[in-house]
Design a protein around this ligand. Structure first.
Ligand code: DGY
Length: 326
C-alpha cells in the first residue's frame, strides 16, 4: 500500500473503490459534501486526490488554497473545475473520455426520435386511457429519415451521433467549433469524408431540422443558443441538448417553444441543473431526461475504472492516463 489518501465525494461503481483501496485509504462521506465541506476537505492536507463528480465545484479561490495533488472527475466534462486555476496551482485534473461516447450518442438519437415522433405524449395518452383505436390523425409527428441534422461541434460524441443519423437516412451538417469556424481537412474527417457537410454556424442554425449540441461548456459556448439563434431556426425545427445546459439560454428556449418559433426540444441537461426554467416542464413539445447520457451499467463502470486509474496515478505523482491539464 502506497499510503495514498483519497476522498471520494460520491459513491461510484466498482471497480473504482477496489482499485483505490489497493493503492491507499478511501474516505467516502455519507452525503455529497456541500461547498463548505468540500473546501474543508481540500484545505485539510489530509487527502492527496479528490474523486469528484459534476456537482462538486472547484473555483479559483478554492484551488488557490487547496492542499491536494489532483482532482479525478467522474465525467468526461470538467466545467465544474476551473482548469486554469488548477494548472496555476499545480493541481492535476483527470477525466473519463471515450467510454461514454456511444451511450451519449444513443441518447442524442433517442431525443431526436422521441421528440420527432412525440413518444412521451403518446405514452401519456395510452396510460391515461385515451386510446380508443387507430385514427388517421392521431399524434402525427415529423419524419426523421430524409431530414437534416445539424451538429454543433464535431468531436467524438457528435461523430457517433452522425454515424447513427446517417444510418437513419438523415442528411448531416456540422459546424466544428461554433459560433466560429475552422477548416476541417478531409483527412481529419476519416469515415465521414463525402458523407457529411461542413457549414458555418448561421447555415447550421437556419437549415437544420434537428440541431444537436455537442460542444463543451466554456465562455465561447455559454448561451450559444440564445433568443436570436432560436428565432433564426426553422419553425419546424427541434433542438437536442446532451452536452451542457448553459449552452442554451433556457428561458429563451421556453419562450421559443411557447410561441412556436421552434417545434420542440429534447433535453438531457439544464441550465441550472437540477432546476428547470419556469414553464419548461409544462410544455408538451419537450422530452426531458435527467442527465442520463452516460447512464448504462457498463459505461458507468468503465468511467469508474478510468477515474480510479487517474486518481491512483495522481496520488503517486504520475501523469494520469486521461489528463485534462498535463
Ligand atoms: C460527462 O461525463 O461529462 C457527462 O455529462 C456525465 O456522464
Amino acid at each position: 500500500m502506497s499510503g495514498a489518501r483519497f476522498y471520494v465525494t460520491t459513491p461510484i461503481p466498482e471497480p473504482a473503490l477496489t482499485l483505490l483501496r489497493a493503492a491507499g485509504s478511501v474516505e467516502l462521506p455519507e452525503e455529497l459534501p456541500d461547498a463548505a465541506r468540500l473546501r474543508e476537505v481540500c484545505l485539510s492536507g489530509d487527502y492527496d486526490v479528490v474523486v469528484s463528480q459534476l456537482r462538486d465545484s472547484f473555483d479559483a479561490d478554492l484551488l488557490a488554497a487547496a492542499k491536494i495533488r489532483g482532482i479525478s472527475n467522474y465525467a468526461v466534462g470538467f466545467n465544474n473545475v476551473d482548469i486554469g486555476a488548477a494548472t496555476a496551482n499545480k493541481i492535476l485534473v483527470g477525466n473519463t473520455p471515450g467510454v461514454l461516447t456511444d451511450a451519449t450518442a444513443d441518447v442524442a438519437m433517442l431525443l431526436i426520435m422521441a421528440t420527432a415522433r412525440r413518444a412521451v405524449e403518446a405514452d401519456t395518452f395510452v396510460r391515461s386511457g385515451k386510446f380508443t383505436g387507430w385514427e388517421p390523425n392521431l399524434l402525427l409527428g415529423q419524419d426523421v429519415s430524409g431530414s437534416t441534422l445539424g451538429l454543433a461541434g464535431f468531436g467524438r460524441i457528435a461523430r457517433a451521433t452522425a454515424r447513427r443519423a446517417l444510418a437513419f437516412g438523415m442528411q448531416v451538417l456540422f459546424c466544428p467549433r461554433p459560433p466560429g469556424d475552422r477548416p476541417v481537412p478531409d483527412a481529419e474527417l476519416g469515415e465521414f469524408a463525402g458523407r457529411v457537410t461542413h457549414t458555418d454556424w448561421d447555415t447550421l442554425v437556419t437549415t437544420s431540422d434537428f440541431l444537436s449540441l455537442h460542444v463543451p461548456l466554456n465562455e465561447q459556448t455559454r448561451h450559444l443558443v440564445d433568443a436570436d439563434v432560436l428565432h433564426a431556426m426553422k419553425p419546424t425545427a427541434i433542438l437536442v441538448n446532451t452536452a451542457r445546459g448553459p449552452v442554451v439560454d433556457e428561458a429563451a428556449l421556453v419562450d421559443a417553444l411557447k410561441s412556436g418559433e421552434i417545434a420542440g426540444a429534447g433535453l438531457d441537461v439544464y441550465e441550472d441543473e437540477p432546476a428547470l426554467a419556469p414553464g419548461l416542464a409544462e410544455l408538451p413539445n419537450t422530452v426531458l431526461l435527467p442527465h442520463v447520457g452516460s447512464a448504462t451499467v457498463a459505461v458507468r463502470s468503465e468511467m469508474a475504472r478510468l477515474c480510479a486509474e487517474n486518481a491512483v496515478a495522481m496520488a503517486q505523482n504520475r501523469i494520469p492516463p486521461h489528463p485534462v491539464n498535463p
